[in-house]
Write a protein that binds this ligand. Structure first.
Ligand SMILES: [Fe+2]
Length: 231
């Protein structure tokens, strides 16, 4: 379909948003299930309900413009959700995964805010106040959802994710120290070639060489006279 007017562009944008919201309704339940923080899980569940209502508004807006809603893939939402899914797979769980979920969700919210904001303005410019009102209502919800995510992130998740990482790091240092201690202990019991290898990689120290008797010391050893005297 040729986009040769602002009106046609608005229709394209709303059709794109229709698919974006549909994709989101399929993904939000997974995001809610993956969340550890109860308030984050509830925020995703609440936004899922809002998204279903937003789909109805988009359908209404398109019909107000005399259009029949049609199918079109929103590539931007597809990419954002794919990236979010990759992030979640990398995270082991807990607060770090919650932080990643918030990252992904806020990227989605900001994409939607930009889309609804511009679409609402086009509707106003084109003299479509009813369409503009529908889009403004959704824009308000998207902004509120974004604000809720910021509150959850700054209220608990970000710091908890940082502490979680710091605790993991401490555990790693302790385990490394224990391993080095054991390795050094084992190296001290090595002999021959194995010991020389341990010395070369810094796990063991060279053993002090045995003192060899000096000439003077050997000279003071038992002389014939002494031997004689001792007889
Ligand atoms: Fe939405």
């Amino acid at each position: 379909m040729a986009v040769d007017s602002l009106r046609a562009h608005l229709v394209e944008e709303l059709t794109d948003l229709l698919d974006a919201e549909n994709q989101l309704t399929r993904t939000l339940p997974t995001m809610a299930a993956a969340a550890t923080t109860p308030t984050l899980r509830k925020a995703f569940q609440k936004h899922l309900e809002e998204t279903r209502a937003q789909l109805v508004r988009l359908d209404t807006a398109l019909r107000e413009l005399g259009e029949t809603p049609r199918r079109k893939t929103c590539e931007a939402m597809k990419g954002l959700l794919k990236e979010g899914s990759h992030l979640m797979r990398k995270a082991p769980g807990g607060m770090l995964r919650d932080a990643m979920l918030i990252t992904a969700a806020q990227k989605v919210e900001h994409y939607e805010m930009a889309s609804y904001g511009t679409a609402r303005t086009y509707a106003q410019v084109l003299g479509e106040p009813r369409v503009a009102r529908l889009l403004a209502q959704t824009l308000k919800e998207e902004k509120a959802a974004d604000g809720t995510l910021t509150t959850i992130a700054e209220g608990s998740v970000n710091e908890a994710a940082a502490e979680e990482w710091s605790a993991q790091e401490d555990g790693l240092v302790e385990r490394s120290a224990l391993w080095v201690g054991r390795a050094i202990g084992a190296a001290s019991r090595l002999t021959g070639r194995a010991r020389r290898t341990a010395v070369s990689v810094g796990l063991a120290q060279e053993r002090p060489r045995r003192r060899t008797p000096t000439r003077r010391a050997s000279a003071t050893r038992r002389t014939p006279e002494k031997r004689k005297g001792r007889r």
